[in-house]
Design a protein around this ligand. Structure first.
Ligand code: FPP
Length: 246
């Protein structure tokens, strides 16, 4: 998927291109502050950037992009900012669903629906349903998402279904996560300069490569994504094993 559709823009073997990239889009607020703008202007600029990065992902042959758009902790931001982030998602669905669909993007929601306003819930469900057969790029939108909440939700479902504790293994557990059936992210990118996961994909990122850049999200362009992929390609992924002999 993807790869054969686009010209390979890297001098890299296909297995060195991450299949699944997850992004913590941090730094919108600081980007706006530096320009004397309100924080929401930073989130709007971040949304514009998301469009560009989606296109770059398709071009680079990335199959799955997971974005951290609103965390379970983000409810604690000022009410005005929370409302603004909700309306950004609503507007993206209203205005861009058709074009995302035409680009072959499959939209998935990861996170809790409870807590999201019913009207927005309905729009999210519609976007997911409308694009479910697309296969050019899977876009997981983490919205009202928390890694701990996800693990708890998985445990609750497993207990309700009465699974045998002695036979529960990692493979089975991962089927209860919001991201199922997506493979784990190969690369987690964090913009805005911090070195932490902030409750993002706690289970799934166990062996992901982490790339942190000081660039604020609205300025993280295609060239920056290319740099992150080249850095990823240089890393040796050992998954707990010893280095491979040359
Ligand atoms: C972190 O920057 C960013 C967010 C909490 C929101 C990210 C949302 C978008 C880019 C909009 C796209 C979203 C949707 C719904 C499609 P920050 O505000 O923490 O920045 P700071 O650390 O500089 O304050």
């Amino acid at each position: 998927m993807g790869q054969e559709m686009s010209e390979q823009p890297f001098d890299l073997p296909p297995e060195k291109i991450p299949r699944h990239v997850a992004i913590i889009m941090d730094g919108n607020g600081r980007w706006a502050q530096q320009r004397g703008l309100p924080r929401l202007a930073g989130h709007r600029a971040g949304t514009d950037n998301l469009r560009r990065i989606l296109e770059a992902c398709v071009e680079f042959g990335i199959e799955i992009l997971t974005i951290y758009a609103f965390s379970t902790e983000n409810w604690n931001r000022p009410p005005r900012e929370v409302r603004g982030l909700m309306s950004i998602l609503e507007r993206v669905i209203d205005r861009e669903l058709e074009s995302l669909h035409a680009q072959g993007v499959q939209i998935r929601h990861i996170g809790r629906m409870e807590g999201i306003e019913p009207r927005l819930q309905k729009k999210i469900r519609k976007a997911v349903e409308y694009t479910k057969d697309n296969d050019r790029l899977i876009l997981n939108v983490a919205f009202n998402y928390g890694g701990r909440a996800e693990i708890l939700d998985a445990c609750r479902r497993i207990m309700k279904e009465g699974l045998d504790p002695d036979t529960l293994d990692e493979e089975t557990f991962s089927r209860y996560l919001y991201t199922y059936p997506c493979p784990d992210p190969d690369l987690v990118i964090r913009t805005g300069g911090e070195y932490r996961l902030s409750n993002f994909l706690l289970w799934q990122a166990a062996y992901s490569e982490i790339y942190s850049t000081p660039t604020f999200w609205p300025d993280f362009d295609k060239e920056e994504l290319r740099k992150a992929i080249l850095e990823y390609a240089r890393r040796e992924r050992r998954f707990g094993r010893v280095p491979q002999k040359a």
